[in-house]
Design a protein around this ligand. Structure first.
Ligand SMILES: NC(=O)c1ccc[n+]([C@@H]2O[C@H](COP(=O)([O-])OP(=O)(O)OC[C@H]3O[C@@H](n4cnc5c(N)ncnc54)[C@H](O)[C@@H]3O)[C@@H](O)[C@H]2O)c1
Length: 317
């Protein structure tokens, strides 16, 4: 199908890989990357790029009209750890950009929206193991509050205005192409970089802090499969639970030690420990498996092999 796609926040950890995957599938010229900063060489060279601030409604509307955009993937956000330092800026970015995009869809200027939520929507009153799709949700971070509010607005725009907006609650994402952007699970990427660079890592979470995680290839495939799905099969219009692995720093470290024997990790928890402690350890993604056939492909062994192999030979970023 011929369609034009806009990625907002395309230079971040997910946006970079998502843009490249969508360009591979739909053609470079049809996938417009945008961000407030320039991205990787591969991203900048492979197709159109616009400098665009997602909180600027008029600029966004202009880009949508200029490229005759059909679908928007809104990846711009302030993540959990950074948002605790700048609460109002985080709220304004995370909510303002979502409203701009939802309103463009409501006005029929675009047809379909992808907006990511996060496991941060859960809080300390949510059950720790196998957090269900619908459950007690009392997030106590600025980021989590903005994601939960965003989910409710997505469901509202679907119900009241028929907006086709789709969403997943991403777990912590592990990737080698782009560094993470200020989240509580960033350690799970940094640990591989430090293991290869100097065989030492100081982890900002306790060794036994278990959190839901996923390798980036699975996250990109989940996103594209959800966007491809027949809308009749979708029963969740807020955001789908999405799961692959449940990992703690000690497990990742000992997995890496299979390849780098003298790798050492020191644990020095900081303010991010409190955020991590408020999130579930694992997620029940029955609804995603049931509605659109979601199935992860990467476990920890495979993730570690991919991370170490690609970080040793960082080609094709
Ligand atoms: N990475 C994860 O582990 C994870 C987990 C759960 C949810 N998410 C969600 O997925 C989305 C993308 O996350 P990410 O990890 O790629 O984040 P990131 O921080 O790596 O990237 C975000 C991008 O948005 C850009 N940006 C910031 N302000 C902007 C603005 N005003 N206008 C346009 N662009 C702006 C940044 O320059 C950056 O390139 C976010 O909504 C995030 O909350 C990510």
């Amino acid at each position: 199908m011929r369609k034009n796609i806009l990625i907002i926040g395309a230079c971040g950890q997910i946006g970079n890989e998502l843009t490249l995957a969508l360009r591979h599938r739909y053609g470079n010229e049809r996938v417009i990357a945008s961000d407030i900063r320039e991205g990787s060489e591969n991203l900048m060279d492979s197709g159109p790029f616009e400098l665009l601030d997602a909180t600027n409604h008029d600029a966004l509307e202009e880009v949508v009209a200029h490229y005759e955009i059909d679908e928007v993937y809104l990846m711009a956000a302030m993540l959990s750890a950074t948002a605790e330092k700048f609460p109002m800026r985080a709220w304004n970015l995370n909510m303002g950009s979502l409203f701009h995009v939802l309103n463009l869809a409501k006005e029929k200027k675009i047809n379909k929206v992808f907006w990511p939520s996060s496991i941060a929507v859960f809080g300390s009153t949510t059950q720790k193991e196998g957090a269900p799709q619908s459950t007690m949700m009392e997030p106590n971070t600025v980021y989590g509050i903005s994601k939960l509010a965003g989910e409710r607005w997505c469901a509202y725009y679907y119900e009241k205005y028929g907006v086709d907006v789709r969403s997943v609650r991403y777990p912590g994402l592990i990737s080698w192409k782009t560094l993470p952007g200020g989240g509580t699970t960033d350690y799970a990427v940094e640990i591989y970089h430090r293991a290869l660079a100097d065989k030492k890592y100081t982890c900002f979470l306790k060794e036994d802090t278990r959190l839901p995680m996923m390798f980036m290839d699975d996250a990109i495939r989940a996103t594209m499969e959800l966007m491809d799905c027949n809308p009749k099969n979708l029963h969740i219009h807020s955001s789908y639970n999405l799961s692959a692995m449940s990992l703690c720093p000690r497990e990742i470290a000992s997995n890496i030690q299979k390849y780098i024997r003298d790798f050492e990790v020191v644990y020095r928890p900081d303010f991010r420990q409190t955020i991590a402690d408020s999130w579930p350890s694992s997620i029940d993604d029955f609804q995603a498996r049931n509605d659109w056939g979601w199935k992860p492909e990467f476990d920890m062994e495979r993730t570690t092999k991919e991370m170490l192999a690609h970080l040793k030979n960082p080609t094709n970023k």
